[in-house]
Design a protein around this ligand. Sequence first.
Ligand code: GAR
Length: 231
Amino acid sequence: MSDAASTKQNVTKRKIAVLVSGRGSNLKALAAACAQPDFPAEIALVFSNRPNAQALSIAADYGIPTQTLDHKEFEDRTEFDAAVSEIIDQSGAQLVCLAGYMRLFSEEFVNRWRDRMINIHPALLPAFKGLHVHERAIEAGVKITGATVHFVRLGTDEGPIIIQGAVPVLPDDTPETLEARILTVEHKIYPEAVRMIAQGHTRIVNERVEIVDEAPSVADCFIVPHVAIRD
Ligand code: GAR
């Protein structure tokens, strides 16, 4: 084995838990990234609050351990969340990644995983928090939208922003076409956020994320509609 190859295989992998409720396309993007020998994280657990979530079969395809708990079988949110925390603890995960986990948290759960839990949302936060995001973006007439990965705080889709990606909103977009365009960005930025955190490149200062020890690069300006700009 060459030196380069052995270095790659010796990378320290941080354990992450991915919480899902549905389709699981972001789980698939994370699983594919984690399957790379030089990626600094591995998925120790996929947890679903819906026992029939499609995401669970994606986890099975990748040989990732899964656990489910049906929230309807618990007295209240705090009790359910305490059980979820215990399952995550048992997996050894140090970072919790929400990937289409459509359930509100108790304050205890959010505090328990503060600065160790991240979420992906299909909009350029703080715009368009909550549900029906693509319909609302089209309705509002925005020309650019995108996706955000952020640390989780108590409010819905709130917390320090780690990374964002932008896409154009085209004149004939439907919620479905816009969703598909944004998803391709989600699948790029979520593994990237996990990589940065796992390698220690993120620091939260005054509720803003600073990226440390990584050279910033400036992409070309992204303007929609693309028209000639005069000097
Ligand atoms: C993704 O678009 C994700 O950004 C969104 O749910 C979808 C899950 O899809 N999350 C939120 O809206 C959180 N507020 P997936 O199951 O295919 O990853």
